[in-house]
Design a protein around this ligand. Sequence first.
Ligand code: AGP
Length: 608
Amino acid sequence: MCGIIGFTGDCPAAPLLLEGLERLEYRGYDSAGVALLHRGRFLVSKTTERIGDLKAKTDKGRALKGSIGIGHTRWATHGGPSAENAHPHLSEDGRFAVVHNGIIENYADLKAELQRHGIEFSSETDTEVVPNLIAYYYKGNFLDAVLRAVGRLSGSYSLGILCCDYPDTLIAVRHFSPLIVGLGSESNFLASDVTALISHTKRVAYLEDGELAVLNPNHVEFYSSEGRPIHKESSFVNWDLAAAEKGGYNHFMMKEIMEQPRAVRETVEPRIKNGRVVFEDIGLDEERLKTFNKIAIVACGSAYHAGMVGKYVIEELLRLPVEIDLASEFRYRNPIIDHKTLVIVISQSGETADTLAALREAKARGAHILSIVNVVGSSIAKASHSLLYTWAGPEIAVATTKGYTTQVALLYLFAIWAADILSTAPKAQLEEMLEGLCRIPEAIEACLEERGRIKDMARRSCYIGSIFFIGRNIDYAVALEASLKLKEISYIHSEAYAAGELKHGTISLIEHGTTVIALAGFKPLADKLISNIKEVKARGAFVVACATEGNQEISNESDEVIYLPPVHPLLFPLVEVIPFQLYAYYVAVCKDCDVDKPRNLAKSVTVE
Ligand code: AGP
């Protein structure tokens, strides 16, 4: 959560920091601030509003002098959103300024210790101990003091640090929280992610956990956690600014919804050669694949829902047991896994703290880790034995859309690839699925063409108080995602239920006029779902069904039907989710909600 940026160069820093913060705002947006170092003093400006307010307050940064500075956009953990709690935080003596992403777990002990030395604190944050600890250890050498201070910290942190005595120097520290260094010409940057600096440089260096960087306008030095100089390769980012901008849409979410045909195509097509799935450099060969006696899928939120589709499909094609866990549960439940377990970790950002911790737990128990990740060079990508990137491009909206569909598409590819190698499913079935997968982008396009209808439906229902999504098998997995999409951005209470489970309690909530959306794509259980539709109709529900074109039976039983193009029955989730991404989007727009930055949320959840 939280986004941090830093700059040292030969031009005014504040406009660059504010521009970068705007691009990082999706990471957290309950307050923000910048600190510039000018003539040995810090100039600090903060807001409890959005970055736009900070720009207005500072005349787009022109009011803040200085060619070196740090900035922060916050997702509150310790202390509510207030000017005092907003970053940057200064040491009590005013010598150091710090921005921080993550959580300092031992901050209470450190704070008490520093208080015993007479240091006074002015915020409720965990972060404020950092500049004060550095000041406590400072004997004239900036790097030494930082090394000593971070040696005392536990938890997760990426830090940007300035010292009044070093007018050009910015220190970056990474420990279990993302941080990259952008290498420019006569200017260098640090940032939580590439989007913040792509308009200035595409050459970046990814810091590893425990590493530090000392940035000056003309050079950057990298150090290990012990302070040993280290060499670091840089790499070029292969996408450009347009990919991180709205491109004419009102919201990133709509842009990203519309990008799905391309994103799925780019994720799938390069991996199909001569009618077979080819994963180059996956780091998982036939011999190792044969050793697994089960698969465990671990993820959070929408990535977990993608994994749920994967569970049904992998079990169907591989006939191997597949467990699925929320990462936050898995990491603390003493899971029964060993070297015979393949753990599939799914994460768009590659930085989700619970998912990363679950990965480490699984790795420590000997499991082989295959990760499905979107962000290149992210912590999860680096920590895995095997890796498959979703080539979705940057996803900015907090509500994931193309991140989810590309994860699902990759899970299908994985299942087909593994079933082909292990000969666990008929070749004809695998070929048919692969052909079907190649046609999915067109089918998604067809769903997107129908957005006018979905918009009308959203307008009619945007003030309902509660809604239920039901489905069976893979439709249930989609129901979970459809429901999350709606509640996270439109704030409508929504539940997703396995259709057969409703009658075990939740059906008592159905009353006259309650909207129930019945997902009916999974043909083998269509009759069972129709019985469930009848059950809720009998209790007064208004039923909207979602089915393939020509399904007359479902139309007879429902009040309204959303028809989708015919696709391979097992691949239906990839089209079925589209109307409900659109539905959530239009409901949120209709209710005037902040679509890209829903309340209380952040894109990348780097805290436990
Ligand atoms: C989805 O719309 C959410 N914003 C959220 O559930 C997200 O999928 C989850 O936090 C996991 O994120 P990750 O894929 O980056 O790990």
